[in-house]
Design a protein around this ligand. Sequence first.
Ligand SMILES: C[S@@+](CC[C@H](N)C(=O)[O-])C[C@H]1O[C@@H](n2cnc3c(N)ncnc32)[C@H](O)[C@@H]1O
Length: 217
Amino acid sequence: MQASSRQVSSNQQGLHPRLAHTVRRHLQQPFRGPLAAHNEAAWQLLAGRLADDPRPLVLDSFCGTGMSTAALASAHPQHLVVGIDRSAHRLGLHPTHIEQPYLLLQAECEPLWRELVRAGRKVDFHYLLYPNPWPKARHLQRRIHGHPGFRDLLDLGGAVELRSNWALYIEEFGLAMHLAGIRGAVQAVPMGTPLTRFEAKYRASGHTLWRYRGCIR
Ligand SMILES: C[S@@+](CC[C@H](N)C(=O)[O-])C[C@H]1O[C@@H](n2cnc3c(N)ncnc32)[C@H](O)[C@@H]1O
């Protein structure tokens, strides 16, 4: 991959030196910790919906305003599409005057992944579109692949698509998936109608956008 990472400013040059160690440690240990009240409330909503809706799941983790969630619901009409974001402000920007054949939840993604895994749920598709890059080297554990919840993401299965304007983030994620035995491919996001607000913003700034696609069986 030849992309420049100048689009994102970081004190990290190249793959994080503790990436492999961190990923391996998290693969061996389940993600623990209490379920915060707002995540518990979101999980109860989701569990209730799952009990009523037998369709397979599509997750739109870190969905921001839910723009992509609406688009994905159109693209996957046979699925229940669930967008998750922790920001009430961003979710509050989602238009409410239209019918919503999807579910938007205000929560942290990682605890909800864990609850889904505990409930024995799998997903068919998992979109992770422009998560915060956390470019400072000391924030590795906040990146998806450096977080203890990475193991739950793997256990959820499905076709995974991660997009970022930071090539290194995509490379690290791809390496973490490889360490977990998952093969995938990295390529530039093709030009077209932006799927998310951030995608539109990055495109307007002339950024090169990258995606990782892999399938967890
Ligand atoms: C860069 S924005 C991208 C939003 C959207 N996917 C887009 O492309 O427009 C990252 C989003 O991740 C959300 N976020 C960050 N950490 C999160 C977490 N642990 N769980 C859920 N949402 C999180 C933020 O609130 C923010 O909306």
